[in-house]
Design a protein around this ligand. Structure first.
Ligand SMILES: [Zn+2]
Length: 463
């Protein structure tokens, strides 16, 4: 088992004097409240100052004046390797964008993946994210142990990590979109997925690394890979993740190839269920929304990526009204170069309102998507996603007393409607990963240089 954070932390951290949005089931908020963290867990949260500890333990006191405490944000969809292939195919739709980028991605190696994962995760931490997924589905022959490289890098940065062992086995000669040289043999992909679970997935309640299973999409994974991957995931008790209903092109592909819309295709293959979270769900009719909700399937909504690729606006309000759980994702950095988790909260609100008017999504609902909604996507509602006693101490403390935010009437509105505020303190399992807007676990300059080198190398090597 690797990836577990073992670095020392103070016995107790007491944060006081801040506004608190717990995002718990009752929506409790405190204008001036406290939060106490001990042993990686939240041991107290409430209004006013914290109670004095009975005995002398090692206590770190944090003055939260001018700040808002929220649960750490949960990113439910990403492709971190894309960090080093940003800024390409700027005007393309999804299929055009993929077709332009596949040859670049075919050249990635362990060093590129490590550099991209470090930079992408560091950047996520600086935007308030404490738990993230990474759907990695590009495994060029001879590229090394890319999955191990990303898990190791995530351990260095210190975020709670849900890497998805992705896969593609449907090359262009078999009717798929990716070139043949970029897809894996079906059995080899399944074996590597089983191996990734065995090596890295930790079922423990406070796990820092938990692996999921993720054939890439209906147009890059065969029916057999989809079915067998689902069976593997259920046999091992891990979760399932894939892309679904992202574009009109995908829907047309599904109708032409499988005779039905993507959601029906997914259901036929065993890919709807309460252990499944799907990325996108932009093009869903009322029937598909009903089936997603009825089966307990979760959706990873990626508003900036959908906008950047001109894919459409997901029916988030309809999904929520139907009872489906919805989380937020930044998606791969090559389809939305910003890659900031807190910015997606605002973007989700704006897109929902462009689709459904000014009452379609409130600031608090948007924040809930990025916290409790994300926890549900990852099957970790009991552990993360809200500030409640007994939950993991995954906390974002936002500085909202600067020029951009100080006079916004409501602290939650300052966070969601205002510009992305600096993160004063980010705790993951009680361990500080960001302090005063700077990463504490890794060197930001080192991340930058490694990512720039990898991006330059990949661009230079691409014909
Ligand atoms: Zn994606």
């Amino acid at each position: 088992m690797v990836g577990r954070v073992t670095s020392p932390r103070p016995e107790r951290i007491v944060i006081e004097g801040c506004a608190v949005a717990t995002v718990d089931g009752a929506g409790r908020e405190y204008e001036r409240g406290h939060l106490v963290v001990e042993g990686g867990r939240i041991v107290a949260v409430g209004p006013g100052p914290a109670a004095e500890p009975d005995e002398a333990v090692s206590v770190r006191r944090v003055d939260g004046a001018g700040c808002l405490a929220t649960p750490g944000l949960v990113n439910t969809h990403h492709h971190l390797y894309q960090w080093v292939t940003r800024g390409l195919a700027q005007q393309a739709d999804l299929f055009g964008w993929l077709t332009e980028l596949y040859p670049v991605w075919a050249r990635i190696g362990e060093e590129d993946v490590s550099a991209a994962v470090g930079a992408g995760l560091g950047w996520l931490a600086l935007s308030g994210c404490t738990t993230t997924t990474d759907h990695h589905y590009v495994f060029p022959a001879g590229a090394g142990d890319l999955f191990a490289a990303e898990v190791a890098e995530a351990g260095r940065v210190g975020l709670r990590f849900h890497p998805v062992r992705g896969s593609m086995d449907l090359g262009s000669s078999a009717g798929g979109l990716p070139p043949d040289h970029l897809v894996e043999d079906t059995d080899a992909a399944l074996a590597a997925t089983a191996d990734a679970i065995d090596r890295f997935s930790d079922p423990a309640p406070d796990a820092m690394v938990r692996v999921a299973v993720g054939p890439c999409s209906p147009f890059s994974a065969s029916e057999r890979l989809m079915r067998d991957a689902a069976a593997l995931a259920r046999d091992r008790g891990v979760r399932l993740h894939t892309h679904l209903a992202e574009t009109v092109d995908e829907e047309e592909y599904c109708r032409a190839t499988h005779g039905c819309a993507p959601a029906e295709y997914a259901e036929r293959l065993g890919w709807l269920g309460d252990d499944v979270w799907l990325a996108h769900g932009v093009h869903l009719d009322a029937d598909a929304i009903g089936r997603i909700a009825a089966t307990g399937t979760s959706l990873a909504h990626c508003p900036s990526s959908n906008a950047r690729l001109g894919a459409g606006i997901a029916p988030v309000r309809d999904l929520l009204d139907a009872g489906a759980s919805v989380g937020l994702g930044v998606d791969g950095a090559a389809s939305q170069e910003a890659g900031q988790m807190v910015a997606e909260v605002r973007q989700a609100l704006l897109l929902a309102r462009l689709r459904g008017g000014p009452t379609a999504l409130t600031a608090r609902e948007a924040l809930t998507l990025a916290t409790r909604g994300g926890a549900r996507c990852l099957g970790r509602s009991d552990e993360i996603g809200s500030l409640e006693v007994g939950k993991c101490a995954d906390v974002a403390l936002w500085r909202i007393d600067g020029l951009g935010h100080a006079d916004i009437a409501d602290p939650v509105a300052a966070l969601v409607l205002g510009a992305p505020p600096p993160v004063e303190l980010l705790l993951v399992g009680g361990r500080p990963v960001v302090e005063g807007g700077r990463l504490t676990t890794v060197d930001e300059q080192d991340l930058l240089l490694r990512a720039r080198r990898a991006a330059g190398r990949l661009r230079a090597a691409t014909p």
